[in-house]
Design a protein around this ligand. Structure first.
Ligand code: G3P
Length: 232
């Protein structure tokens, strides 16, 4: 599963990219507004930090203007994925951009029928919002299951399921069990994936027992048998 970070906070992106576990970034107009920065500047900076797909969403809702905005966004960097909403005009724009070789992330997906349309429009990614469905007591993960099942019937579909609106680690685990290609994670959720109290407890016990030996790995001499074996 690929992990994208769902934020326009460049400090967070730099910090998490340093783990080597970040495969891309998704932004949206709300995340851009939260950053307080000029959209085109922050997208360009993010695209320079993370080599994987960086989603930048158009603001227009009519096809001609969406297409003009999408073509401009795609010029910012080779790894820009133009984000369009799942509307008629959004999918018309998706078709033209994807036919022209531009990555397109179709967002605000809330039904399997919408996801089928996005795949037919040649989307690189479909972004079903699991958290917002859960928020209204609709089973968001069932949508992921339906989309994955449908896409598996058509191997020629190139669209990757990019699970979005993630609220907690179990969304990631359940999406991975279903074979979703990507999870886009708020920074706090990505950090939560590492955490387990038994890991902390076990490490503390290992460190205490190691300290009792009075030894130091770096200070003790060794014979470099690996170099000797490679030299033979
Ligand atoms: O960026 C798309 C999606 O991840 C937004 O999630 O938390 O606003 O429902 P959220």
């Amino acid at each position: 599963m690929k992990f994208f970070v769902d934020t326009a906070d460049v400090k967070e992106i730099r910090d998490l990219a340093a783990t080597g576990l970040v495969d891309g970034v998704t932004t949206n107009p709300s995340l851009i507004a939260k950053s307080g920065r000029r959209f085109l500047d922050v997208v360009a900076e993010i695209a320079s930090i993370v080599p994987g797909p960086v989603s930048a969403e158009v603001a227009a809702t009519d096809h001609p203007t969406m297409l003009a905005e999408g073509r401009k966004l795609a010029k910012i960097a080779p790894n820009i994925a133009v984000k369009v909403p799942l509307t008629v005009d959004g999918l018309k724009t998706c078709k033209v951009l994807s036919d022209g070789g531009t990555m397109v992330n179709v967002t605000l997906c809330f039904s399997a029928a919408q996801a089928l349309l996005a795949a037919k429009a040649g989307a690189s990614f479909i972004s079903p919002f699991v958290g917002r469905l859960d928020d209204i007591s609709a089973p968001g993960m069932e949508l992921i299951a339906d989309i994955c099942q449908i896409y598996r019937q058509y191997p020629h579909f190139k669209t990757e399921v990019l699970v979005a609106s993630i609220r907690h680690p179990l969304h990631v685990v359940d999406a991975a069990k279903l074979g979703a290609h990507v999870s886009t994670l708020p920074p706090n959720v990505l950090r939560q994936l590492f955490a387990h109290p038994l890991t902390d407890k076990g490490l503390a016990a290992f460190l205490a027992d190691w300290a009792s030996t009075g030894q130091s790995i770096l200070e003790e001499p060794i014979e470099d048998r690996r170099a000797l074996a490679q030299a033979r």
